[in-house]
Design a protein around this ligand. Structure first.
Ligand code: SF4
Length: 454
């Protein structure tokens, strides 16, 4: 999971891009980067660390230009190193003239990479974004294609999830895979500046007034003269599958104030909570969320049951998200530093504890233990997603099914492992009742993968 941002035609493009990246920081905290064009070439800066650490006012002040693209990274393919960070650039004699940032995972990465390497293309990273960029550049330089033809050729060749922004010194391209798996929205500021982002919360903070989805299999070319939208054409090079948006974006990844795939994220989470309550016999003394992504689920649960809601768990926001910490040791450490219980709050209470998902089981076991020690009489776990049994190959770090607790243990064994009195997940068919269409990927629950692997 990563976040992208693109800014076209603003003299403070770097500052706006940094603002958008900051809004999307929850999508990736390992590294970040930005490329800014002065009209001729790009200045590139990418480093390990958070946006505010890497892009200080002094640094941003030196990144002059009207076109900028940025990226916050949570590593999926390729290790957590600066050279795997994005954006990627391609150099000419005069400097970098193309820059690209992408969110998603390419499923035929090794096949396409090896094909390009056999043709003499050199790679500096193990990152999907670089593959997409190098494929496009090869089509332009070796096959004589225009940039739009080269992007179309890439979309025919490369399979997987990609919400991608590509910039030349005087143009910006938004590119989205045919299934529109990862979110991607764009819009204009009052002064005509065009912004594209992974999440609408980034557009909101920058001051974009409208908000449009980049169409599935779409290419949007932005220049000073106009904006051209190349939608999918069945007679063209692409096929038109049904869209398959990642339903986990609505459950966990995205910020609650974002708007994705025609859904308010926080509203969907409230509906999930209400659905959990509808199917539940337990009448708790208090409903407590595991903050932050389960907050609105717990609100929905409490509203539906007409029972007491409280933030009994306190989260330290200066520790990153546990799910998106790549190493298990750093995950364990983060959980114990991240949560604490309100003093004298849980004593003797029957608690419904709402969480968004159980992936490895690490977090929930420690939290249940913490609440038990705080004196709770009963702890009933209610989970706002079905059991996660399958790996994701479209941009989320669950590559190995053996790491998924639901793949290794039965529901009863997980309840016992977590130390809870009961455990229930939302059923997939009930989850799908909480969204407006069935055009969602839910492969990590159902095993039904929209894009064939390998
Ligand atoms: Fe999202 Fe799961 Fe599909 Fe991956 S497999 S895209 S996490 S719904």
């Amino acid at each position: 999971m990563c976040g992208i941002i693109g800014v076209f035609n603003h003299k403070g493009a770097a500052e706006l891009a940094a603002l958008g990246m900051f809004a999307e920081q929850h999508r990736g905290q390992e590294s970040c980067g930005m490329a800014v064009s002065d009209g001729k070439v790009f200045t590139l800066r990418k480093k390990m660390g958070l946006v505010k650490q890497v892009f200080t006012p002094e640094i941003l002040g030196k990144m002059k230009g009207k076109v900028a693209i940025g990226h916050v990274r949570y590593p999926t393919k390729g290790s957590a190193t600066a050279y795997n960070s994005q954006p990627h650039t391609v150099e000419s004699l005069y400097g970098a003239t193309y820059a690209l940032a992408s969110n998603g995972d390419v499923v035929n990465y090794y096949e396409v990479k090896e094909e390009l390497e056999r043709k003499g293309v050199y790679f500096n990273s193990e990152n999907d974004g670089e593959l997409i960029l190098k494929y496009i550049i090869y089509q332009i330089q070796a096959e004589g294609m225009t940039i739009v033809e080269a992007i179309k050729s890439m979309m025919k060749k490369i399979k997987g999830a990609y919400s991608t922004v590509l910039a030349t010194p005087d143009k910006l391209y938004m590119i989205r895979d045919p299934y529109a798996i990862r979110p991607m929205v764009w819009g204009k500021m009052k002064n005509g500046t065009v912004i594209v982002a992974s999440e609408s919360c980034a557009l909101d903070i920058i001051g974009v007034e409208n908000r449009l989805e980049v169409p599935p299999a779409g290419i949007i070319e932005v220049s000073e003269r106009d904006i051209k939208i190349f939608e999918n054409d069945p007679n063209d090079y692409r096929f038109y599958p049904e869209e398959r948006h990642c339903i986990f974006e609505l459950i966990y990844f995205s910020r609650p104030d974002s708007f994705h795939f025609d859904e308010n994220v926080y509203e969907v989470r409230k509906k999930i909570g209400a659905m959990l309550a509808l199917k539940d016999d337990v009448q708790p003394d208090v409903v407590v969320p595991v903050p932050d992504s389960a907050n609105f689920m717990a609100v929905g649960y409490a509203n539906q049951k007409n029972c007491y809601f409280s933030m009994g768990l306190i989260r330290n926001h200066y520790v990153g998200r546990t799910f998106i910490k790549p190493e298990q040791s750093s995950r364990d450490e983060s959980v114990s530093q991240k949560f604490s219980t309100l003093p004298n709050f849980f004593t003797g209470k029957k608690v419904v504890l709402v969480d968004d998902s159980i992936v490895r089981g690490t977090t929930i076991k420690q939290i249940v233990n913490m609440i038990r020690k705080a004196g709770a009489a009963e702890i009933h776990l209610r989970i706002g997603s079905p059991a996660v049994k399958n790996s994701c190959y479209y941009g989320i770090d669950t590559p190995n099914a053996t790491e998924l607790i639901a793949n290794q243990k039965s529901l009863e064994e997980i309840r016992d492992y977590a130390g809870a009195d009961s455990l229930k997940h939302i059923e997939l068919e009930d989850l799908l009742k909480c969204v407006k269409t069935n055009e969602y990927c839910h492969a990590c629950f159902s095993g039904v993968y929209p894009i064939k692997l390998g």
